[in-house]
Design a protein around this ligand. Structure first.
Ligand SMILES: [Fe+2]
Length: 167
């Protein structure tokens, strides 16, 4: 088992063997309404994640955790945001803690009801496992936050109802 050495809360950095990923505007291609602006901005970095997997994804009872940094920006009138997903196990929720920046946590129920939670430094929130969730940077600085979730929650990014803006 790998041992996490340390994290830097405010920058979102995890030392050691964190898994680092970068998403560009093009990775969320179908989510942007303004296609002209999309073509101009599709190469921009949208967000970066650093994830810590003390056990493999899917391990029952394990807790995984990651930081996400969403850069400020817009495609047309849509702010930079994460893809959003469902957990396959509705009892398996997620914790979010905001380190810096401002934005919104957007929650979507199976009946389409949208709930928005304002994000600012120090905000903590428990996301119920039966709600789809995505985060949006509505500010002018990077939005940096931490999430922890059960490794066996399962992720569904493919539901067509999650494509585009949630409103
Ligand atoms: Fe999640």
């Amino acid at each position: 088992m790998e041992i996490m050495i340390s994290t830097d809360f405010f920058s979102g950095q995890i030392s050691g063997d964190a898994v680092r990923t970068t998403r560009t505007v093009a990775d969320l291609a179908l989510h942007w309404t303004n296609r002209e602006q999309y073509e101009i901005q599709k190469g921009k970095i949208l967000y970066e994640t650093e994830s810590w997997f003390p056990h493999p994804d899917g391990t029952e009872g394990a807790v995984l955790w990651a930081s996400t940094k969403i850069f400020p920006g817009k495609v047309g009138d849509q702010h930079f945001m994460t893809r959003g997903h469902w957990h396959l196990k509705p009892t398996h929720g997620e914790l979010i803690i905001v380190a810096s920046g401002t934005g919104e946590l957007v929650l979507k129920s199976r009946d389409g009801t949208i709930t928005k939670v304002a994000l600012a430094p120090g905000v903590t929130f428990h996301i119920n496992g039966d709600l789809a969730h995505r985060t949006i940077n509505t500010g002018t600085d990077p939005l940096i936050f931490w999430c922890a979730w059960p490794a066996d929650c399962g992720h569904d990014y493919s539901d067509p109802s999650l494509i585009g803006e949630w409103k």
